[in-house]
Design a protein around this ligand. Structure first.
Ligand code: V0D
Length: 228
């Protein structure tokens, strides 16, 4: 069985999910946070090594301040509720993206969770926060230049300096909620990934649907392997 080692997800549709039932957007985000736990547990059970979730993009700063403030409280909500369970499962929390622009309180909560889970040897749960794919590439190139004495750079140089350098290649990218875009998520890293677009909002994307997406990936790999 060819299970993907690294799965990346754009968790879209929380606001639309809430609107559909006349609830505030915040309610959709909060329900989406519980769903992060459900999908992380399922990914762990399926034997996925790295799960990278697009939690906040560099473009999300354009949203109303009130909504941004609420989103920035969600890491703490998640960690208070689920850190114990993640520890029991040996799951390690990491982040990619520029944390320096996030509220101090949020960064503290994140660093505490990263520290508490840093010795865990199981699945790595990566939150992309204030992340943009283009700036990831630009940062990689700049850190290569800073190392000095650069005449030309190779793909391997970029691989070695990009935010995901310690993780296996992304095998599968899933986006919920039926927009067919990458939205400045992992650009460099998705070069060889399979894409699956799911026709439900993030809060409705449960463990069973996630397992179906993994099965679809496995099927594609099998067809490819059989040259059919
Ligand atoms: C809202 C759907 C968990 C997407 C999921 C700061 C949008 C729920 C976290 C989280 C968000 C982040 C770091 C961490 C633990 C949990 C999260 C944000 C948004 C943006 F260490 N859900 N979640 N962070 N949403």
């Amino acid at each position: 069985m060819n299970i993907p080692q690294h799965v990346a997800i754009i968790m879209d549709g929380n606001g639309r999910w809430a609107k559909k039932q006349n609830k505030p957007r915040a309610y959709g985000h909060l329900t989406g946070t519980d769903n992060v736990r459900n999908i992380a547990i399922k990914a762990d059970e399926l034997g996925i090594k790295v799960l990278t979730l697009y939690a906040f993009s560099t473009e999300n700063w354009k949203r109303p301040k009130e909504e941004i403030d609420y989103l920035m409280s969600l890491p703490e909500v998640f960690i208070d509720k689920f850190l114990k369970e993640l520890m029991e499962r040996n799951i390690k929390i990491e982040t990619i993206g520029d944390l320096s622009a996030l509220p101090v309180k949020t960064v503290k909560v994140l660093n505490t969770a990263i520290n508490k889970t840093k010795k865990n040897k199981g699945m790595i749960l990566v939150f992309a926060l204030n992340y943009g794919g283009r700036s990831d590439i630009v940062n990689a190139v700049n850190s290569i230049i800073k190392n000095g004495n650069v005449n030309s750079i190779t793909e391997q140089d970029i691989n070695n300096h990009i935010s995901t350098k310690d993780y296996p290649e992304v095998d599968l990218m899933i986006r919920t909620s039926l927009d067919y875009r990458i939205s400045n998520f992992l650009l460099w890293q998705l070069s060889y990934a399979e894409f699956i677009f799911v026709d439900c909002y993030w809060p409705d994307f449960n463990g069973e649907r996630f397992a179906e997406a993994i099965a679809e990936y496995t099927n594609r790999q099998r067809r490819f392997g059989g040259l059919l």
